[in-house]
Design a protein around this ligand. Structure first.
Ligand code: GDP
Ligand code: IMO
Ligand code: MG
Length: 427
């Protein structure tokens, strides 16, 4: 009864969507477990190229149940657009299930996201503006509205009116902003409920049955470990637990059931939004990687900051997640480089350290300590097996494997599903 978690090992956009799409063919259920439409997961397969924000990347397999789990922040408007787009392109979505427990992103949440970011001024986090932080803040404050409420219009109306009453007082007194209209929200969302109602269900029996039957369950992580609310570069983080533990919890599956945890890492790294990233490349090499890798946000289109592979952050991610193996994506993006570097330690105030400091001010002062090697300067995009990779590319993979302490079971050499090398190291 394999339960496989696929988790971002860095600051997001590692290629989780591709790996889920690749593995989903053998899964009975794929669960998006946390986060919301702040995620942008790209899939390139024989059906075309897709940018998914809420729909699990297993959707291309009709036999796979795709569950939006209890831990997700669900924006019904985005979900409906995504479902329409998939339907328009011939991808059926009748295998989709929405957990009744998933919290709803309400129209005032993106509004508060914007106002809070403005109030942060120079310390702005650089959120995606999707209202995810305010949605989870309401959830934790026990003031949230869940997908299951959409099925009970009277209760839904009452909850929205109560919430809007409080929000409008804050909008007026704290931000001097105009009020939102509860009745308009109720109308719009009950309209969404007409379309989404049939997908909303109790997710627990589905997972219980799949576990009992020994079926394969894939957990699809949103974001990355360094953006985790507890273990990331706080406060420049998202508002969920993006780790293996967070996924199990967000899906509603006990840790005993987990069989494999795969950490997805880019062969270099990227970050969108604010916050320190010690191995950031602000020079021409960074520009080259950004353009060659088309490192622009899937959700917001913002240019992504890029940097050398940070093995210090990767080890942090290893400890927090306990990965069995890694999926190393995008080595093809490095094909043109003369020299490659891996950040093996930080220097903080003249002292060499091997861990990620907890205080963001300290992390911002960390200087990267690099180990370098020459590049392979050979296209890797057509490589189908380990032996097809140039020797320096193999050495680079080994260097990363040694630094994180587990083997790369999958190596990505292109966007397309089939541009993936199975090394045999996947448990
Ligand atoms: P996610 O959020 O982790 O799913 O990642 P994104 O989809 O936001 O960004 C990863 C990008 O890398 C997408 O454009 C993927 O299609 C692409 N990608 C994934 N693996 C590879 C790979 O091995 N090589 C190349 N060139 N692109 C890849
Ligand atoms: P995927 O799943 C990259 C970042 C935002 C911002 C911070 C907080 O595609 O890897 P939020 O809107 O979540 O409150 O923003 O987190 N962020 C991501 N960066 N990929 C993502 O998702 C991200 N999700 C959130 O850029 O810095
Ligand atoms: Mg992404």
């Amino acid at each position: 009864m394999p339960v496989i978690a696929v988790v971002g090992g860095q600051w997001g956009d590692e290629g989780k969507g591709k790996i889920i799409d690749l593995l989903a063919g053998r899964a009975h259920v794929v669960v998006r477990a946390q986060g919301g439409d702040n995620a942008g997961h790209t899939v390139v397969n024989p059906r075309g190229k897709f940018a998914l924000h809420l729909v699990p990347a297993g959707i291309f397999n009709e036999q796979t149940r795709c569950l939006i789990g209890p831990g997700v922040a669900l924006n019904p408007d985005t979900l409906l657009s995504e479902m329409d787009e998939l339907a328009r392109r011939g991808v059926a979505t009748n295998n989709l299930v929405i957990s009744a427990r998933a919290h709803l992103v309400m129209p005032y949440h993106p509004l508060f996201d914007r106002l809070e970011e403005e109030a942060r001024g120079a310390g702005a986090i650089g959120t995606t503006g999707r209202g995810i932080g305010p949605t989870y803040a309401d959830k934790v404050a026990r003031a949230g509205i869940v997908a299951g409420d959409l099925l009970r219009p009277d209760r839904f109306r009452e909850k929205v009116r109560t919430a809007v009453g409080r929000k409008n007082r804050i909008l007026d007194r704290l931000y001097g902003a105009p009020p939102v209209d509860a009745d308009v929200i109720v109308e719009t969302y009950l309209g969404h409920a007409d379309q989404l109602g049939e997908y909303i269900a109790e997710s627990e029996p589905i997972l219980e049955q799949a576990l009992k039957d020994g079926r394969t369950i894939l957990l699809e992580g949103g974001h990355g470990t360094m953006l985790d609310i507890d273990h990331g570069t706080y406060p420049y983080v998202t508002t969920t637990s993006c780790t293996v533990g967070g996924l199990l919890n967000g899906a509603g599956i006990g840790p005993r059931h987990l069989t494999t945890a795969i950490g997805v890492f880019k062969a270099y790294q990227s970050r969108v939004g604010g916050g320190a990233m010690p191995s950031e490349l602000l020079d021409a090499t960074g520009g080259h990687i950004r353009e060659r890798g088309h490192e622009y946000g899937t959700t917001t289109g913002r240019p992504r900051r890029v940097g050398w592979f940070d093995a210090v952050a990767a080890r942090h991610s290893m400890v927090v997640n306990g990965f069995h193996s890694i999926a190393l994506t995008r080595i093809d993006i490095l094909d043109d480089l003369d020299e490659l570097r891996v950040c093996v330690a930080y220097e903080l105030d003249g002292e060499r350290i091997g861990h990620v400091p907890s205080q963001i001010e300290d992390l911002a002062r960390c200087q990267p300590v690099y180990e370098g090697m020459s590049g392979w300067r050979t296209p890797t995009g057509e490589a189908q097996s380990w032996k097809d990779l140039p020797r320096q590319a193999q050495e680079y993979v080994r260097l990363i494997e040694d630094s994180v302490g587990v083997p790369a079971g999958l190596i990505g050499v292109g966007q397309e599903r089939e541009k993936t090398i199975f090394t045999g190291a996947l448990p």
